[in-house]
Design a protein around this ligand. Sequence first.
Ligand code: DAH
Length: 355
Amino acid sequence: MADVATFDAQAVTEAVAEGIEKIKNASTMEELKAIKTQYAGADSAMTKASKAIGALPKDQKKDAGKLMGKLRADFGRAFGTKEQEVKAAEEAAKLAAEAVDMTQPVRRHPLGARHPLPKLMEDVQDFFISMGWQVADGPEVETEWYDFDALNFGPDHPARQMQDTFYIKGNQAKDAAGFVGSNMVMRTQTSSDQVRALITRGVPLYIACTGRVFRTDELDATHTPVFHQCEALAVDKHLTMADLKGVLDKLAVAMFGPEAKSRLRPSYFPFTEPSAELDLWFPDKKGGPGWIEWGGCGMVNPNVLKSAGLDPTVYSGFAFGVGIERTLLLRHDINDMHDLVEGDVRFSEQFAMGE
Ligand code: DAH
């Protein structure tokens, strides 16, 4: 028993007091664990003192036991309190480091919106498809032949003049179909697809052609040099103006609602005979409901059918053309063409609902 330390009340009390002081100053769990090992571990003064009690005379054992119980309790209480404090602080620091600020604005690309013109052209195409018609398309750089000659425009027709039509400089058609030598133009109308479709698709033919057309207009509130049209052409046996009128009324309702209807006024186009201006009954017209000009139409001129190699005594047809911009301006009460061409997404966003 020689190496069993003697019980020294003062020394162990001081050692424990020192440990408690260190506990108070500790700020991490690691420090706390080290203090616990040093002051309450197997080699600590406290453990040694407890063991030394056994060697004390009987009358001193009780007091020594009491003292050790108190020291152990003091140390344990100080340790427990500090441990809770340090754990809470460490937890709070961890949470703060991992915090996500839910109010922070999320960076993402703005969605934008489709331009209403292509959207409207799809709606128009859907209308024709719902009637079993085909959607056709022709080139924007077109032969003068398809744009004018085949449609019965005379050689001196004013529409051909340079101030109306963009000609492609120095470029002449080299077309296998025999239109070699025809000038090339930016198509001035989607009617240019009439004879092309008759030749390539044959009859009976029911087509709609939507797309871009070009004229030498300046951009102002009602004109733009690049705009869009929808051309419709039906060629079959026994077609009459009643068929034309029926389709026009249906298109008017599809575009403008159940109250819409169409009216024909006699007019002239080289490629139709008889020809008519197409008016639209417009309930929302400024200053009260009334008729508004919407496009042109007529029965296909026999010369056009002949351009496509068809016999006009067997086949007849009707055609009409409406401006897509005009349809959009009327439908949404837009007053300035600039809004349609400037490409400001805030304009397009107004039409983005329900796509
Ligand atoms: N192509 C004509 C224009 O651009 C519109 C038009 C009028 C088309 C009468 C037609 C029609 O099919 O029959 O002004």
